[in-house]
Design a binder for this molecule. Structure first.
Ligand code: AHR
Length: 507
């Protein structure tokens, strides 16, 4: 099979916002307790946070982490998680039918984020609570001093404000499973009023309104339009969430699911711009794809679990090689939509549908999906170039037609003079002879070439075999330079993820 693609330095999508490589920690299962926080662990720091887990997160280069939920946030009283730990109440968490001890709250999480070199994307509860509690939380977190709540924070040992910049106005408020679910009218009104008072407390914040929980919701599209009708002038972003699975083991169909993600993004952009036109507004709403991943492996086990446990293993998907390929393809989709997707959060980060797994008190390791994320986050810096596909083999699957065998994204880093190519060959059987012409860019050498593939698409990493699926150095890629620029040729193994980084001139 063959693929021929063309990139041109002057045909760009946009600058890539680093925040598309965000992630998510919810008070859910073992994400916090037994995941990032494990005071008895040999690597725990003075605050009880696992250093080995922080090291893996640092390796993933995660610029922002959404917190504390998720469904959890819609029943959360943030006041339970501040002040002396011994005085904090344990509570029933109705979202996940567990017990929340409140040992970790907003101040502990801010400490953790500092240690993990990441920013906090804070969510407020618009399920059981409303604008008043949202403005209280932002006063507690972001106001310097001299008021009841800022001084309360200072009395809790946090002298400087956290200065959290990014705030989510609730979570999945259209979902019947959500505590305090709302109609678009109810949510739109509450979100607007919460946004107003939060911004009056701190005008420097950026706000995300909830879009639909996924594109299959009955109210999808009308929800977005109505919510934006109410909130357009008050928010910067609208959220999207999606999870994909392969429960019927149709891998060809599964590996095409990022095309659905692409369609979803483009439709939500269209809705945002429809409301923009309707309002004759000069402002553009961008997208926060703040939950995305593969999620299906753990659903059966979770249904059998006993209720009201503290930090039980929940949503602990063990990811396969093929999951890593779809995650790679989804990353490519997010990158290629960088003109409107400015924030995205891989959901989630540790233990719960996560690239990092831990044993409570024991080992930590990288799941298969860790690798495409870490690669894209590490080398995906700069300007996204617009792909133009000259020729590529295509096939049909159960739900998709004209599926290209190869997906690519190219990011040009003007500062370092490097061009990063991210490529998925989703053909399950055949290698693809690929040529990528770079317009007038001249490539002097290949500085990185990594490949993730395995003949067993169901292979996984475990505590005992943590590197069963790990990238290996690629070989055989070549650069040919004739006027006006270079062409890269390489053979993509069947069902593979590839990263090639080139040193380029003509930037
Ligand atoms: O990420 C797991 C859950 O998925 C989140 O709590 C919720 O927002 C979504 O339905």
């Amino acid at each position: 099979m063959k693929a021929h693609l063309h990139y041109d330095r002057h045909f760009t999508v946009s600058e890539l916002d680093r925040r598309v490589f965000g992630s998510f920690i919810e008070h859910l299962g073992r994400a916090v307790y037994g995941g990032i926080f494990d005071p008895g662990h040999p690597t725990a720091d003075e605050n009880g946070f696992r250093r080995d887990v922080i090291d893996l997160i640092t390796e993933m280069n995660v610029p922002v982490v959404r917190y504390p939920g998720g469904n959890f946030v819609s029943g959360y009283d943030w006041e339970d998680g501040v002040g002396p730990v011994g005085e904090r109440p344990a509570r029933l968490d109705l979202a996940w039918a567990t017990v929340e001890p409140n040992t970790v709250g907003v101040n502990e999480f801010a400490n953790w984020a500092r240690a993990a070199k990441t920013e906090v994307m804070m969510a407020v509860n618009l399920g059981t609570r409303g604008p008043a509690e949202a403005r209280d939380l932002i006063e507690y977190c972001n106001h310097p001093a001299g008021t009841r709540l800022s001084d309360l924070r200072r009395s809790h040992g946090v002298a400087e404000p956290h200065a959290f910049k990014l705030w989510c106005l609730g979570n999945e408020m259209d979902g019947p499973w959500q505590i305090g679910a709302k109609t678009a009218t109810e949510y739109g009104r509450v979100a607007r009023e919460a946004a107003k008072v939060m911004r009056w407390v701190d005008p420097s914040i950026e706000l995300v309104a909830c879009g639909s929980s996924n594109s299959k919701m009955a109210t999808y599209a009308s929800w977005e339009a109505e919510v934006l009708d109410h909130t357009y002038d008050q928010v910067e972003f609208l959220s999207l969430h999606t999870y994909y699975g392969n429960p019927d083991d149709d891998t060809a169909n599964f590996l095409a699911r990022n095309l659905d993600m692409d369609r979803f993004i483009k439709s939500v952009v269209a809705i945002c711009d429809y409301v923009k036109a309707k309002k004759r507004s000069a402002k553009t709403i961008n997208l926060s794809f703040d939950e995305w991943n593969v999620w299906f492996h753990s659903r059966g086990a979770d249904q059998k679990r006993e209720r009201w446990q503290e930090a039980p293993p929940l949503l602990e998907d063990i990811y396969t090689m093929e999951d890593a390929l779809l995650v790679g393809a989804m990353l490519i989709t997010l990158i290629n939509n960088a003109d409107r997707v400015k924030i995205a959060c891989l959901a989630q980060l540790v233990n719960v549908i996560a690239p990092i797994m831990t044993e409570t008190g024991g080992r930590a390791w990288r799941q298969t999906i860790f690798w495409p994320f870490a690669h894209a986050s590490h080398w995906g810096r700069g300007t996204v170039l617009r792909p133009s596909v000259v020729a590529v083999d295509r096939h049909d699957t159960r739900d998709f037609t004209d599926v290209p065998a190869v997906e690519t994204a190219a990011v040009l880093n003007e500062e370092t003079g490097e061009l990063a190519l991210f490529i998925v060959n989703r053909d399950l059987k055949e290698a693809v002879e690929t040529s990528i012409s770079l317009g007038a860019l001249k490539a002097s050498r290949i500085t990185q070439h990594h490949v993730l593939s395995d003949p067993d698409l169901k292979a996984v990493n475990t505590a005992a075999a943590p590197d069963r699926i790990a990238p290996r150095p690629g070989s055989g890629a070549a650069v040919e330079t004739t006027a006006p620029g270079s062409t890269v040729t390489l053979r993509l193994a069947p069902a593979s993820w590839t990263v090639v980084v080139l040193e380029v001139s003509g930037v």
